[in-house]
Design a protein around this ligand. Structure first.
Ligand SMILES: [Zn+2]
Length: 488
């Protein structure tokens, strides 16, 4: 018997006690990386109940036709400066130095709590729309706890899964992490839940006095993992890793963002202490933190997760992150071989690997792999259906991982379920107020543009093609500068 499925209405979906995605190509990302053709995924409440062909389902279950599509775990982004999304695309032609000057030294301080809210709201919606069901908000523009309250208000208003990584580039981490304001914020707003996790976000400058010790001790006391920009050319280097290691602060929960421009010794320290890396390949290619590090991390056995970094430059979807990572890793392999007069005949890194890093790898980096990162009965239902019957690029569906990485894009994200709740269906956001985000962001753009004036606004967006030099310690909270990372 064959019937033409009719897509359920929004009201049917939001009221449903259970949902089944029928007849999809299911990419589970379980331990065996099982791929099931023509399979169903049944969601009851906030969990995945069953996966398999022709599942029988409870009465009242709403059906979503997944045929011709790929059902996969929600993607996981381990590092995104969500507050900067209000400046989407503004820094397309920036280097990292120009980013530091604009944000750290000159204009980041002009962002008010409502501006942090606006960027976070848009970024949270954008992530969900693209099938990114868990995002780390690497929130380093928190000049006051009012800014932090605004950031969390925005995250709580969108039903995605988030980890709030508290940071503040305007003050020393060893000071703000121990301030009464910050501690009372943590008590009020960071009870930790499956939907909203908590990390501390700060960088280690390499100052031999290791003033960051007090910030690490605060993280330990609060039971929060540390996420840190490590191995960033011109900003952080092997000294930071060595100091963390010698002082006992490299733990399995620690996330090393970028982890480029590091020596073998640093990679070995990360691997030996069980830490995780967050590769932002689009970012590293443009900014200059160092060559996207997946090729080096693989060599040292450091577990990898992916991230989009910031929408000031880059796309906020994991398809782009997976594609950029696979391309940069393969480019490196070819480049190194050619330098030795050799030819790469078999690729070392596969499309399957980057899908793993963008799902399971992210869950592991965040300590959430018991909940999310794969489609398995008993896990939380963070599920994405990639399907677009209008698209000539959605058939034939031959290589599931290759299709996800090189063929699909955010417009092909048909359905997004987070914690059992449908947030996008049939290509449309469900119960999400995009107009509110649009108005909030417009007001932030007006404010920042007004503060800068037309000349500085235009100059910021169109950097001269100059003279490149490493300059100006971006960490304005400290006097420390090193000749390898800063000019005299
Ligand atoms: Zn970053």
């Amino acid at each position: 018997m064959s019937t033409t499925p009719i897509e359920p209405t929004k009201d049917e979906i939001t009221a449903a006690p259970a949902i089944v995605l029928r007849r999809g190509l299911v990419v589970t990302m379980d331990a065996q990386h099982a791929v099931l053709p023509e399979a169903d995924v049944l969601i009851v409440g906030d969990k995945i109940e069953a996966i398999g062909p022709n599942l029988s389902v409870p009465d009242g279950t709403v059906e979503i036709d997944a045929s011709g599509g790929i059902v996969m775990p929600g993607m996981i982004d381990t590092h995104r400066h969500m507050w900067q999304t209000a400046m989407r695309g503004y820094g397309a032609d920036w280097t990292l130095t120009q980013y530091f000057v604009w944000n750290y030294l000159e204009h980041g301080i002009k962002f008010r709590p409502e501006d942090i809210y606006a960027g976070n709201l848009l970024s949270a919606i954008e992530a969900v729309d693209a099938g990114v069901t868990t995002s780390v908000d690497w929130s380093h523009g928190l000049a006051t706890v009012d800014h932090a309250d605004a950031a969390v208000d925005a995250l709580e208003s969108v039903a995605g899964r988030f980890v709030f990584a508290y940071g503040n580039i305007h003050a020393a981490p060893w000071e703000w992490t121990n301030s009464a304001d910050f501690r009372s914020f943590v008590d009020r707003r960071m009870p930790r839940s499956d939907m909203l996790g908590f990390q501390l976000a700060f960088d280690v400058t390499g100052d031999p006095a290791f003033p960051e010790r007090a910030a690490f001790e605060a993280a330990r006391e609060l039971g929060a993992a540390v996420t840190t920009h490590a191995g960033v050319w011109g900003a952080t280097n092997d000294d930071g890793i060595r100091l963390m290691h010698e002082n006992g602060f490299m733990t399995p929960e620690t996330v090393y963002v970028h982890a480029a421009s590091l020596s073998d010794d640093s990679y070995q320290r990360i691997a030996a202490t069980g830490g995780h890396a967050s590769v932002s390949a689009e970012s590293e290619c443009s900014c200059g933190q160092g060559y996207p590090s997946s090729w080096a991390l693989r060599r040292h056995g450091v577990p990898i997760s992916l991230s989009v970094d910031t929408s000031v430059w880059f796309s906020g979807d994991a398809f782009s992150a997976m594609r950029a990572t696979l391309s940069s890793d393969r480019a490196r392999e070819h480049h190194e071989a050619h330098a030795k007069g050799e030819t790469v005949t078999h690729l070392g890194v596969r499309a399957e690997d980057v899908v793993n890093w963008g799902t399971r790898g992210g869950a592991k980096a965040l300590g959430l792999d018991h909940l999310v990162g794969s489609l398995e009965p008993g896990k939380k239902a963070d599920v994405v259906l990639i399907k677009n019957d209008e698209s000539p690029a959605m058939f034939p569906l031959l290589h599931p991982y290759g299709h996800i990485v090189f063929q699909a894009q955010r417009a092909d994200v048909h359905t997004v379920v987070v914690n059992g709740k449908v947030l996008k269906h049939d290509g449309h956001l469900v119960d999400i107020d995009l107009a509110k985000a649009r108005a909030a962001v417009a007001s932030t753009v007006d404010h920042i543009r007004g503060e800068l004036g037309e000349q500085a606004w235009a100059a910021g967006m169109n950097p001269e093609i100059p003279e490149s030099k490493v300059l100006d310690n971006p960490y304005t909270y400290t006097e420390y500068a090193d000749s390898s990372t800063h000019s005299a």
